[in-house]
Design a protein around this ligand. Structure first.
Ligand code: MRU
Length: 325
């Protein structure tokens, strides 16, 4: 599969994630305004891919002779929760005094690294899953999309699936549809289908019942921001999954590149949670219904079995002694 986001002929080129799975199309972003809009509409999304968008956005501003500091600020604040976006912007800005070619080279280096780091992190995480889960083949559960599309390439949580599937060790992936924007039903299901991995989509509300019925060996998710103490901000619903997994003695593994770690943040209470438009929820409601629509939640480290980056594994308290299975 081509990269989710790349630079070509003076433009940022993305796979348009609002069109999948119905249509696979590319979007050429030729201005910073178009890039910011694509980030806010989730045409490009997922924390590591947003890091790439941040760096490429700075290169694009310079390419267009824009006001780079103003543009950098707009890009960095296009969405608040994934730390990677501002990190990508900062990394590109560090090369500003060396000129626009150096900024573009740095952005391109970040893209190359992202694919590599996700592959490495997910390979480490696959070993953790195999050590934690005795059953073969494995039944895995994932939430949102932490695949190729959420990164420059390869994926984080789904990257683990690619490693395990290549070894013939995956029986099935249960895919939370991930209300309200359906990143699981639309994007994760699409990626698994492309890779011929057996999967079933389920409503988010079925996840605890699947665990109770013994249908899940391990929960695998990505992350949007990881605090210094290991608390993890990820797509809304992740926290509930972690509580259910702990109740059922099921390992809960978080996989992300180290660009998702915010070491300046002591714990998850400081994460800014994006609140999205009420219209994402009001299709079936009475007119003028008020809504609560946070895009992310925070899972405390003590509900997590392991947070895995390319640097290795950080063990949480939620190991799984006395598995019921
Ligand atoms: O709102 P999104 O789609 O950008 O959110 C992405 C997520 O929360 C994913 O779950 C993912 O784990 C982080 S990116 C690998």
């Amino acid at each position: 599969m081509r990269r989710t986001i790349d630079w070509a002929d003076g433009a940022v080129v993305i796979i348009d994630q609002t069109a999948l799975p119905g249509e696979y199309r590319l979007l050429e972003l030729t201005t910073v305004t178009e890039l910011v809009d694509a980030v806010q509409r989730l045409a490009v999304r997922g924390a590591p891919a947003l890091g790439a968008a941040g760096a490429l956005g700075v290169a694009l501003s310079l390419h267009r002779n824009g006001d780079v500091h103003r543009d950098a600020d707009r890009i960095a604040h296009a969405r608040p929760t994934a730390v990677n976006l501002a990190w990508g912007v900062e990394r590109a800005l560090e090369k500003l005094d060396q000129g626009k070619e150096a900024v573009l080279a740095e952005a391109r280096a970040l893209l190359d690294e992202d694919e590599q780091l996700n592959e490495t992190a997910s390979r480490h995480a696959a070993e953790i899953v195999l050590a934690e889960c005795p059953r073969r083949p494995l039944r895995l559960l994932t939430h949102c999309n932490a695949g190729h599309l959420a990164t420059v390439g390869w994926g984080s949580a789904l990257g683990v699936v690619w490693h395990l599937h290549a070894r013939g060790l995956v029986e099935e992936v249960l895919v939370d549809e991930t209300r309200p924007l359906l990143q699981g039903a639309r994007l994760t299901a699409w990626e698994l289908a492309q890779a011929n991995v057996p999967y079933r989509v389920q409503p988010d509300s079925a996840a605890a019942a699947a665990m109770a019925r013994g249908m899940v060996d391990c929960v695998l998710v990505g992350a949007d921001r990881i605090a210094a103490n290991g608390d993890v901000a990820n797509k809304i619903g992740t926290y509930g999954l972690a509580i259910a997994a702990k109740h059922h003695g099921i390992p809960f593994v978080v996989v992300a590149p180290s660009s998702t770690v915010d070491s300046k943040l002591a714990d998850g209470t400081g994460v800014v949670i994006e609140e999205r438009d009420a219209r994402e929820l009001t299709e079936a409601t009475p007119k003028d219904a008020r809504v609560f629509n946070p895009a992310f939640d925070v899972t405390p480290f003590d509900l997590i079995t392991a947070v895995v980056t390319e640097h290795g594994t950080f063990r949480g308290a939620a190991r799984s002694p006395g598995h019921r299975r």
